[in-house]
Design a protein around this ligand. Structure first.
Ligand code: PMT
Length: 397
């Protein structure tokens, strides 16, 4: 972060009080910090605090009323290596999404040549409002990065999603962002996630209950460690945005294999957490199948085994990690998969354990590796499980 020029935009939300701490962290890491505040934000944090900590004058208005001097927002935009807007209120995000510029911060955003990163902060209902989601989607498509709000206690006294991410996490994100700009050689991990949908006709498919949560948690854990991630995901409601992340959305197993096969050579680790359908219909009907007979027989054909393909097409340096989802004889079946597919490691989760497997926020795993070591873990959040898995991969011999 040393010498990086961070332009920090502060908008009018209660989370603005945390910005003093963010500025201190960024300065300690050696960054240069200049701040722009919206007029409303000075109700939440004093410009004096911001200018003292950033060691730079704070810009609020288009022109300085004492000196009559115009504040050159274009110059500020050109100066910055990145523009971080934290907290970013629903109001400012809506204006950004629609190109409004009725304050200096918004005018600077419109002049930016480098990345803008927003850290939303608002009450839980606002965070879920369709208009907010629409505006954030517009910002994504305009190339803005978003550090999502977290769950917790809100200024309203309610509990939920909408808290601005903590300053330490924002600083770590920025550090990763700058590393990814300079360190194109960081390790790249390929992760499969979610279900596959195998079309029967234009309206029906064979699928399963995978939500993608386990695979996305693995991606987040790798990103936190500064790795690049290619996440090949079947249909899911989940979203993840990070400068070091490429998400490839697929539907079927065949599409998933294609996405894996074109990217596999550039990756040093492959983690196959997707619940891939083992079979697909031989024929995909062009029109919706009509309800006629009492019974209907579908002929199925085996799908490609993506994990096996990656294992068979790897070089000596690539590590291949599979998952095993079992309902009975769990360890025995996982061992069979580990050996048959020549894996470095397999992560077993069994539906015999309450709170493990599909959809929930928790999982309970056992890790088996090629040296025959077996390690059982407690029931944990999928985020914590992902940490255990990545730690285990990194300590593989
Ligand atoms: O997405 P969530 O709701 O969070 O749920 C997480 C999960 C339960 C889906 C995940 O933890 C998990 O267990 N994923 C693997 C599910 C699975 O398909 O297991 P399996 O035992 O059938 O497959 C064994 C391995 O081969 C898996 O790594 C799988 O990705 C892979 N495989 C299977 C078939 C196929 N055609 N291609 C594959 O790559």
């Amino acid at each position: 972060m040393h010498g990086k020029r961070i332009l920090l935009g502060i908008t009018g939300g209660i989370a603005a009080y945390k910005i003093a701490y963010l500025i201190r962290i960024l300065k300690k890491l050696g960054a240069e910090v200049k701040c722009i505040m919206t007029p409303a934000s000075s109700d939440f944090i004093s410009p004096l605090v911001v200018s003292t900590l950033s060691q730079n004058p704070v810009h609020i208005e288009f022109w300085n009323k004492q000196t009559g001097v115009w504040t050159n927002h274009v110059e500020l935009a050109l100066w910055a290596d990145v523009f971080v807007i934290a907290p970013a209120t629903a109001n400012s995000i809506a204006k950004m999404a629609n190109g409004l510029c009725d304050n200096l911060l918004l005018a600077t955003y419109l002049s930016m040549k480098t990345k803008t990163i927003v850290c939303p902060a608002m009450d839980l209902d606002m965070y879920q409002h369709p208009s907010f989601k629409r505006n954030v989607a517009t910002l994504f498509s305009d190339g803005v990065l978003v550090i999502p709000a977290t769950k917790g206690e809100l200024a309203s006294g309610l509990e939920g999603e909408g808290r601005m991410e903590e300053p330490e996490v924002i600083a770590a994100y920025l550090s990763n962002y700058f590393n990814s700009q300079t360190n194109k050689s960081a390790e790249t991990v390929l992760i499969t996630a979610g279900p596959t949908y195998e079309a029967i006709d234009p309206v029906r498919f064979i699928g399963n209950h995978s939500s993608g949560k386990m695979g996305f948690a693995l991606a987040e854990s790798c990103l936190k460690r500064g790795m690049n991630v290619i996440l090949v995901s079947g249909p899911t409601q989940l979203e993840l945005h990070h400068p070091n992340l490429e998400i490839i959305a697929v539907k079927s197993a065949e599409q998933m294999l294609k996405a894996v096969s074109v990217n596999w050579d550039n990756c040093s680790i492959g983690i196959f957490a997707a619940a891939v359908a083992d079979y697909r219909p031989v024929n995909q009907e062009a029109q919706k199948i009509k309800k006629k007979e009492e019974t209907l027989t579908l002929e199925l054909v085996k799908n490609p085994d993506i994990l096996r393909w990656a294992s068979e097409n790897r070089n000596n340096a690539q590590k291949v990690i599979g998952f095993a989802l079992e309902t009975n004889n769990a360890e025995e079946n996982a061992l069979l998969k580990l050996n048959a597919k020549n894996l470095d490691m397999i992560v077993l989760n069994t539906l015999e354990n309450k709170g493990a497997g599909f959809q929930g926020d928790t999982n309970k795993i056992t890790i088996l590796d090629k040296s025959n070591a077996i390690k059982e873990f407690d029931l944990k959040s999928k985020t914590a499980v992902a940490e255990d898995i990545i730690e285990s991969i990194l300590s593989l011999k």
